[in-house]
Design a protein around this ligand. Structure first.
Ligand SMILES: [Zn+2]
Length: 293
C-alpha cells in the first residue's frame, strides 16, 4: 500500500512539475502587433513643405531618421511587453519613408501602396498601435491637422467626427483588434483617448499653432514611446476593440465643390456640392465606398 502510494505521488509530482512547462513551450500564444506609422505626428515635425514631402522637402532625410527612431523604439517596447511579431506599415505619402536599412531587425516592414483596402490588417493581429499620426482636419491646437487629404473638411461616422485616427481605430475594432497606443502631439493623443480611454499615449510634442510648437528631444521622445509601448502591450487585455453595431453612415464634407467623382451606386449619395454620404451594413462596408483606409 505504502509502495503504491509513493509510486502515485511521484507520478503526480512529475506531472505537476513538467506538464505546464511542456505545454507552454509547445503552444506559445502568438501576439502579432500591427504598427501604422505616419510622419506629421513625429517629434520635431511641424512644417509639411520643409519636412514631409518625400525626396523634395529639404529636411526630409532628417524626418525619415526621426520616424525610424520612433518606430524602432515602439518595436522594442512591444517585444519587451510580450509581442511575438511586429509588422510596421509605412503609411505616409505612398509608403517609402522607412528603409530596411534602418528598421529594427526584429520587425517586418510593409511598404509601398496599395497593399490592401484595409492596409494589410486582418484578424490575426492582437493589437494595433499608431506612431506619428496627427489630429483630424480643423483641430484647434493640432500640429499639421488633416484628414487624408488637405481638401477634406469633416468626416462623420454615424454622427461622430473622425479623422485618420478614428478611421483606423474603427477599422481595427471591426476586425476585433484593440488599438492600444498612439504616439503623436497633444491633440492627437486627446483624439485617440476620446475613442480609447484606456489606451496609452506618448505625447511627443504640443502645438503652439498648426505649424509650430514645443517638441521633446528625439531621444526623450523615443524613450517615452519605448516605455508606453511596453506598458500598452502588458495591459493589452484591458483594452477592448472599438466596435460599432448596426448599419453605418460615413458623411464626408470637402472644403470646395471640387470633390472626387464618386460613382453614384447603392449606398452612395451626394447631399450638396461638397458633401457625400456612404452607407453600408457595417463600418468597413460603408468606409470602403468612400476610400481605402
Ligand atoms: Zn502623413
Amino acid at each position: 500500500m505504502l509502495r503504491k502510494y509513493r509510486f502515485s505521488f511521484g507520478l503526480l509530482l512529475a506531472a505537476l512539475t513538467f506538464a505546464p512547462v511542456v505545454t507552454r513551450a509547445q503552444t506559445p500564444t502568438p501576439k502579432k502587433v500591427f504598427i501604422i506609422s505616419d510622419l506629421e505626428g513625429v517629434d520635431g515635425i511641424f512644417n509639411f513643405d520643409l519636412q514631409c514631402i518625400p525626396f523634395k522637402s529639404p529636411l526630409y532625410s532628417e524626418s525619415r531618421k526621426l520616424l525610424a527612431g520612433e518606430v524602432n523604439a515602439a518595436v522594442e517596447g512591444l517585444l519587451e511587453g510580450g509581442a511575438t511579431q511586429v509588422v510596421v506599415y509605412d503609411n505616409h505619402y505612398g509608403g517609402h519613408n522607412l528603409s530596411t536599412l534602418d528598421i529594427n531587425p526584429k520587425a517586418l516592414l510593409l511598404s509601398g501602396s496599395p497593399v490592401s483596402p484595409t492596409l494589410g490588417l486582418d484578424s490575426s493581429y492582437s493589437a494595433i498601435l499608431f506612431i506619428g499620426l496627427h489630429s483630424m482636419a480643423g483641430t484647434k491646437g493640432g500640429v499639421l491637422p488633416h484628414s487624408f487629404t488637405w481638401d477634406i473638411q469633416n468626416i462623420w461616422v454615424n454622427g461622430k467626427k473622425v479623422g485618420e485616427i478614428g478611421g483606423r481605430v474603427m477599422l481595427a475594432g471591426q476586425l476585433g483588434i484593440p488599438a492600444i497606443m498612439l504616439a503623436g502631439d497633444a491633440a492627437a493623443c486627446k483624439e485617440f483617448q476620446v475613442l480609447v480611454p484606456e489606451g496609452e499615449c506618448a505625447q511627443v510634442k504640443t502645438g503652439a499653432s498648426q505649424t509650430g510648437g514645443y517638441s521633446l528631444s528625439h531621444a526623450a521622445a523615443c524613450a517615452l514611446i519605448h516605455e508606453k509601448a511596453r506598458l500598452a502591450m502588458e495591459h493589452l487585455s484591458q483594452v477592448k476593440p472599438y466596435q460599432i453595431t448596426g448599419p453605418v453612415e460615413v458623411k464626408v464634407e470637402y472644403t470646395t465643390s471640387a470633390t472626387p467623382n464618386f460613382t453614384l451606386r447603392t449606398g452612395v449619395q451626394q447631399l450638396d456640392g461638397r458633401t457625400w454620404v456612404f452607407r453600408g451594413g457595417n463600418f468597413i462596408d460603408a468606409w470602403l465606398k468612400f476610400r481605402s483606409f
